[in-house]
Write a protein that binds this ligand. Structure first.
Ligand code: NAD
Length: 378
């Protein structure tokens, strides 16, 4: 088992990574928070077989386990789902020290984490992520929350604003078992890979080398390679969180590619999942970096090549209205003082926050990922 400690000013917790770790979830939970009663919140899609293993492990460690299944849909990541959890927690007589264990992808981790952050002013949460994205990203760093409807627009429609209601609530421990990835669909798995590439681009070029060298083994779910990939990727996220727990500075670098991705994800016709949109977003950000002499076109090409090799898109599947997207990007929550802040790579292995990009650079970046261009169509 490999363990990475996250050392924060008021808190330290361990991230454990090992194949078969789910069998030891009870032990890990007990080390982090000894108590008799626990609530296991699981993604309904992993209730079998992973939920069964997790419940058994908790029971063997002496916990009376109350289980709750959640449907992992963005549309269900709402306050009413959290309310349902509060009701279940009260009915289960979960007190202040009773841990919540979140077994699932980022949707379940975010909901269960937020419920744990707010129930009785905060109960311990253990994150047991089951998607690659949740392993290397969502389960580490204490961001929890739900979506909330935006004010209705002129046509009376309102959409769910992503993660508008939330809290920073660090887990007491994170238990990562790469073995659970065998049941994840390939597209979901690749979405997690996009985040590992992101970590490499912004902090560690040798991680990109590792991914390129082991691309076939990663696709074949070679567990030793996956474990190493997760360890290396989590180390990067943990180090950034340690430096900037509340995202007042450097943590924003983790949004590389995301400002572009967030405006693509709601466009149904594009049918892009988050990691796919991030992949395209990173290519657009790389284009901005090349245009502003932060990156060479060879480096940007290397990034695109790696993403393609992993089966991720590097361009849009169909045309978009770039001007409208740029306007929408202006409303992204990473806008500071009215300026659009973007995260741009600086070569491969470093990144920076940029807030003085010309609109024409953004236009060129969108054009670079259009269908039919070198980035587009794939
Ligand atoms: N808190 C954070 O810091 C943070 C960071 C990144 C993303 N997020 C959030 O994470 C969410 C996305 O998370 P995600 O990509 O993990 O997706 P997800 O939680 O929506 O899961 C994707 C799908 O995979 C299924 N699934 C999960 N694990 C499985 C497994 N082992 N086998 C089979 N199916 C499985 C789920 O039921 C779901 O259908 C978004 O809501 C996003 O806002 C949070």
């Amino acid at each position: 088992m490999q363990t990475i400690d996250v050392n924060l000013p008021h808190d330290t917790y361990a991230i454990h990574i090992a194949r078969g770790l789910l069998d030891r979830l009870g032990e890990i939970t007990r080390e982090a928070t000894p108590h008799d009663r626990a609530m296991l919140v699981m993604d309904s899609n992993v209730a079998e077989p992973h939920g069964v293993i997790a419940a058994r492990a908790l029971e063997s460690a002496g916990y009376a386990v109350v289980t709750r299944e959640l449907v992992a849909l963005e549309s269900r990541k709402t306050l009413s789902t959290v309310q349902g959890m509060y009701e279940a927690m009260l009915a289960a007589k979960l007190d202040r020290t009773g841990p919540v264990i979140a077994l699932g992808g980022g949707v379940v981790g975010d909901i269960a984490g937020f419920a744990a952050a707010t129930y009785l002013r905060g109960v311990p949460v253990i994150q047991a992520p089951t998607t690659l994205l949740a392993m290397v990203d969502a389960s580490v760093g204490g961001k929890t929350g739900v979506n909330f409807p935006l004010p209705a627009d002129d046509a009376g429609r309102s959409e769910l604003g992503k993660n508008l209601i939330g809290a920073f609530w660090q887990p007491r421990a994170v238990a990562i078992d790469p073995q659970v990835l065998v049941t994840l669909d390939q597209r979901g798995f690749r979405c997690g890979l996009a985040e590992t590439v992101k970590h490499g681009v912004l902090a560690d070029v040798s991680l990109l080398d590792f991914i390129a060298e082991h691309a076939a083994a990663i696709a074949a779910l070679d567990m030793d390679v996956l474990e190493e990939l997760i360890v290396r990727s989590v180390r990067i996220k943990a180090a950034i969180v340690e430096e900037d727990e509340r995202e007042t500075g450097r943590r924003a670098l983790l949004n590389l590619g995301h400002t572009f991705a967030h405006v693509l994800e709601p466009i149904e016709a594009l049918d892009l999942r988050h990691g796919e949109a991030v992949s395209i977003g990173m290519c657009a950000a790389a284009h901005c970096a090349v245009e502003t002499n932060r990156m060479t076109s060879e480096e940007a090409g290397r990034l695109r090549g790696l993403l393609r090799r992993l089966g991720l898109p590097t361009g849009l599947p169909r045309e978009v209205d770039a001007e409208a997207l740029i306007d929408t990007m202006g409303y992204d929550k990473k806008v500071a003082g009215g300026k659009l802040r973007l995260i741009l790579p600086r070569g491969l292995g470093a990144a920076e926050i940029v807030d003085d990009l010309d609109r024409s650079t953004l236009e060129a970046a969108w054009a670079a990922v259009e269908p039919g261009t070198s980035g587009g169509g794939g």
